[in-house]
Structures are given as C-alpha cells and as structure tokens.
Design a protein around this ligand. Structure first.
Ligand code: SF4
Ligand code: SF4
Ligand code: SF4
Length: 554
C-alpha cells in the first residue's frame, strides 16, 4: 500500500494497516522532469513550479502532486490538445541543473524513508508461499545452488525490470561475467536500442547475446506479416513467438548446456502473469528453467531499487512510458500510444497509417476511431481478413474410411517438400515400384511400415495407415482421431507455411531449419518426439493466428 508522508513530501510504502498517513493507492511510480513538463503543458494551471514538485503517477491517467490528486485525467486533456504544439515543446525542452538537483533531493528523501522496505525486498530470508526466500538476493543464491549444472543467464529486454534483474544477479554473485541475452524484435523502442548499446559499452565484461530474425525475415517483415495475417492483437500476439521467443529458442537449441534464466517477470503486470510460479520450466523454451526473483515486486519496488542503487535506465521512463516493449505492441496502453505520437512520431505515424489501411481493408467504417481507441488490440484471429492464406487454414478431406483418407490440398503437391512435414512421424522411405516418385512411406521404430502417402493428382493425395503396426509404435494406440489430427496439422503446415521461422524454436533439439523458401527437418537429428506438431494450435502459428471463431465470422 502507498501512503503519503506529509513531512517528507514523498510516498511511503507499507503493508501495515492502521497507519495514520493518507492512503494514496496500491502502487505508484515516480514522475521525472520530462514527464512533469508534459504534465505542465497539459495542466497549465499547475504552474511551471510543478517541475520542482514531488510528482507521482498512481494508475491509469492519474497523478499526485505534493500528495494531492490532480483533478482531471491527462488523457482528457490530451485529446483536446494540439499534438504538433506538444511535439515542438517537448523537443525544445531542456532539463536544467537546478531541476535535476531538486529531483535528486526528492528521490533521496523517498529512498531514506523507505529504507527498511528496500532491505526487506532484498534480504528477507522468510519463505514465500512457494517455499523460497522472499528476499531477491537469498532467492537468487538458493536457486543457483539448486541448479548447479545449468548456465546462469539474465534475460535483458532493456526495460526497467530486466535492468533490476541484471543488477541484482550481478551483485548477488559479485561478478559482471554473467551472460545476458536479448531478442531484438526489430520493432523495439529507439530508446531501448540506445540503452542496450550504452549498457554494453558500460559493462564490457558482461557477455551479451543479441538474437534476431531480422536477417532471416528482413527488417520490414513485421509489417509484411501484419499485412498477410493482420496486426498482432492481445489474444493473438503472433509476433512474440516469431520475433521474441523464436530467436532465443533457436539460440538455446544450439547450446550444449541447459540454462537457468533470471527474468524480471512480475505478477502485478497482468492477470495471466499473476498465475506464474517463481521458478518454473519455460513453457516455450525446453532447455530453460525460469527464475523470477522480483515476481511479487510492485512498480514502486522496482523504482526504489533503481533509485537507491543509482542505476542508469531506459530514457523512455523519464518521458512517462510505464512499460517499454515494441512500438507496435497491442499490449501498450492508450497513454503509451499517445507518448509514442509525441516522442516517436515517425514510428507512430508509420504504424498508425498501416492500421488505418488495415481497418479499411477489413471493412471498418469508422477506421479512425477503430485505430485511435485501440480497438484493433482486441481483434480475434483472422477476423475480416480474406486472402489466400485464410483459405489454407482448413484441410479438406474428401473421402475417408478408418485407415485411408483422401485429401484435396490447396497447394500443388511437391513430394520432396511434403516429405519434410512427415519426418516427425518416422523415417521416410520412398516406395519401390512404378510410381516411386509419387509415393513415400513412413517407417516406425523397427522399420515397420506405418503409413503411405501417395500423390493422386496435382492437388489430391491419399494417406493410408497400416493398422497392425500401431499398437507397438510410439502412438501406443490404434488409428484414432488424434493421429488423423496430427496428420492434418502437418498437411496444413505444408499448405500454409510462409516460412515465418516460428517452427524453428518449436523443436527442442534444433532439427528444424526454416529459411525464406524452405522448411526442412534434419532426419539425422529428429527423434520423432512430435513436439513440433503439438506446439502451436493447428500445428502452425500462422494458421492459428488466422483462425476465426464461428461466433466472430459474421
Ligand atoms: S509487439 Fe508486443 S507482443 Fe509483439 S513481440 Fe513485441 S512485445 Fe511481444
Ligand atoms: S509451419 Fe507455420 S509456424 Fe511453422 S514456420 Fe511455417 S508458417 Fe511458421
Ligand atoms: S520436435 Fe524436432 S525432434 Fe521432435 S519430431 Fe519435431 S523435428 Fe523431430
């Protein structure tokens, strides 16, 4: 809970009920000079003095100045303001030394007042609900001891939470030589790229790995993919699997060791994160065990640490951003979008123009409102998109009996390419005989024949199971719906694959290679675990991102 200490004129963090101090909110974050200036532009009645006051952001669009709530929302003020005026003003604003001195004095008081809370965050050895020490430092040390054979890694996004994790982990071990990893999504905030570069320059001893699919996909590919499958939304954030987890997953699979990765994930960030465990297997990356030392920290705790330790951080926070991710992110708040428009107008306009075009393309009559109010962020799947890809998300079975099915495929059948998608089931053998070029057989563990795939015509193929073999094979079942659904996943992938790269990280041993034109599985590496089939709904990230629920079709 956050209370206001009138004497020191700063927030006081306390979990104790019954304090006589004025209650402010459940969480709070500091407002730096640059954001105070924007506040002054939008609330001129506050006077320029606000630059020297103790200003904090509580939640949504609300601020507290010297302990008193600002009686209007900044969003309401912004929509009445002139954007080009704001852009010109913030561009020419210069932070003076006396402003900085005042800011430092305010933060020094805040740090001193909350010293006990800070020490508790770091050093508390009592157990949390999962049986781990509450304090971040004893937690980090314990977990590292628990997994001595895993390589310690810090996931570093350039946001404030990862800044804290990096500092905490390095301080806990007394060394800078801890590997930091980062995924460059190609749509990172400009300030994040700058911050990471300066972090690397200042911490030369710290090994740093930046992974990206920029080369494989081309730097414009986020926009290209958005054109094909629609912009990412909160429920279908396909970009994370491709641009964020993907490059890291691929890097992991090429490393010998398993990793213990420290993340800055916090439960208070979202409802889904609220369910996370402090230590868990990575749901997306097999070789990774994830540990989250600050999982129960609030925003204010993170800032208390950064300010107490005097650590450099991403300048976007000084401007008022409460989170930094990608500038096209559907998880950004409306306020973040507004700040984008003010501070990174070029990127903002590029994305805004794209979204308007998209909104019109999917038949939104009020495209401006759809975009400005962030309605695109709630989009479900491929709703409204009509293109060739959309029709490839379904597989058409035209004839079936228990062990044989005939499919009409929406992509011309090239056996050599189709084979790749059947390698997960077993070893591939070309059928011997007159039609050998048009057929192949998938073999089970003991070289028994599992099923035969035959090309009937350019777009038609048959799949025939040899039932007797199945009970002894890895399916441990007779031919059933599950097996047919796996087969259809792979046919769908063959049909739709646009080489988005996401499948690469779906294989725990790096057997899948996807480049701009091919999808290949290395049969020498493949263990037929089928994980690449089950990884994405419908087997393919693109297919699942384009799927429209029946209720949304109209
Ligand atoms: S835009 Fe958002 S959802 Fe997509 S990769 Fe970036 S952070 Fe993840
Ligand atoms: S099969 Fe789908 S998810 Fe896999 S690489 Fe191709 S398009 Fe991407
Ligand atoms: S996940 Fe990898 S090893 Fe497993 S079946 Fe697929 S390609 Fe083979």
């Amino acid at each position: 809970m956050i209370y206001w200490n009138k004497e020191k004129n700063v927030p006081f963090i306390s979990d104790e009920n019954g304090t006589k101090l004025k209650y402010i909110s459940t969480d709070i974050r500091p407002v730096f000079i640059e954001e105070k200036y924007l506040l002054f532009l939008l609330f001129p009645e506050l006077g320029k003095d606000v630059l020297y006051k103790s200003v904090w952001h509580t939640s949504g669009y609300n601020y507290v100045v010297d302990g008193i709530n600002v009686q209007d929302s900044i969003y309401t003020r912004f929509i009445k303001a002139d954007l080009s005026y704001l852009i010109a003003k913030v561009k020419n604003f210069v932070v003076s030394n006396d402003m900085l001195e005042t800011e430092n004095k305010i933060f020094s008081k805040f740090i001193a007042l909350n010293r006990n809370h800070y020490l508790d965050l770091l050093n508390n050895v009592n157990d949390d609900a999962e049986g781990y020490p509450i304090g971040a430092i004893p937690f980090i040390r314990l977990i590292t001891k628990k997994y001595p054979n895993r390589k310690t890694v810090v996931s570093f996004s350039g946001g404030k939470d990862s800044t804290v994790i990096s500092h905490l982990v390095r301080s806990s071990f007394g060394t800078n030589k801890i590997l930091h990893i980062n995924s460059d999504t190609t749509i990172e905030f400009p300030s994040t790229i700058k911050y990471i570069k300066s972090f690397m320059a200042e911490n030369e001893e710290t090994p740093f790995l930046i992974e990206s699919y920029a080369e494989e996909l081309g730097v414009e590919s986020f926009f290209e993919l958005s054109k094909k499958i629609g912009p990412p939304s909160r429920v279908k954030s396909w970009c994370c699997s491709i641009f964020k987890t993907g490059p890291l997953g691929t890097a992991f699979t090429h490393m010998k060791e398993d990793w213990l990765t420290f993340y800055g994930i916090r439960r208070s960030e979202s409802a889904s994160r609220n369910k996370y465990l402090r230590v868990s297997k990575s749901p997306k990356l097999e070789k990774q065990r994830v540990a989250s030392p600050i999982i129960d920290w609030k925003d204010i705790d993170v800032w208390l640490y950064i300010l107490s330790e005097g650590i450099d951080f991403n300048v976007a926070y000084r401007r008022g951003f409460s989170r930094v991710g990608c500038w096209c992110c559907p998880n950004n708040s409306l306020w973040s979008d507004i700040l984008m428009a003010i501070y990174y107008n070029e990127q903002y306009m590029k994305w805004f123009d794209f979204l308007i075009k998209f909104a019109k393309q999917i038949g939104k009559k009020d495209a401006d409102i759809y975009v400005a109010q962030g309605k695109w962020k709630a989009r479900q799947g491929g709703s409204g998109i009509e293109n060739k890809l959309q029709s490839r998300t379904t597989i058409k079975c035209v004839e079936e009996n228990e062990s044989l099915r005939i499919y009409d495929i929406r992509k011309s059948i090239i056996i050599n390419d189709l084979i790749e998608f059947f390698k997960p089931f077993g070893q591939i053998e070309r059928a011997i005989g007159v039609s050998s070029k048009e057929e192949f057989i998938v073999l089970g563990k003991k070289k028994s024949e599992l099923f035969k795939i035959s090309r009937i015509s350019k777009y038609k193929l048959s799949i025939e199971f040899f039932e007797s073999e199945f009970s002894s094979h890895f399916f441990k079942a007779n031919i059933n719906q599950t097996i047919w659904s796996y087969v259809e996943c792979q046919l769908r992938k063959y049909q739709i694959c646009i080489n988005c790269q996401a499948c690469k990280s779906a294989c725990p041993i790096g057997a899948i290679e996807v480049n701009k034109s091919n999808y290949r599985i290395d049969e020498k590496k493949c263990t037929h675990c089928l994980k690449c089939i089950k990884h994405f709904p419908k087997g393919c990230l693109i297919a699942s991102s384009l799927t429209v629920k029946k209720s949304e079709e109209s």
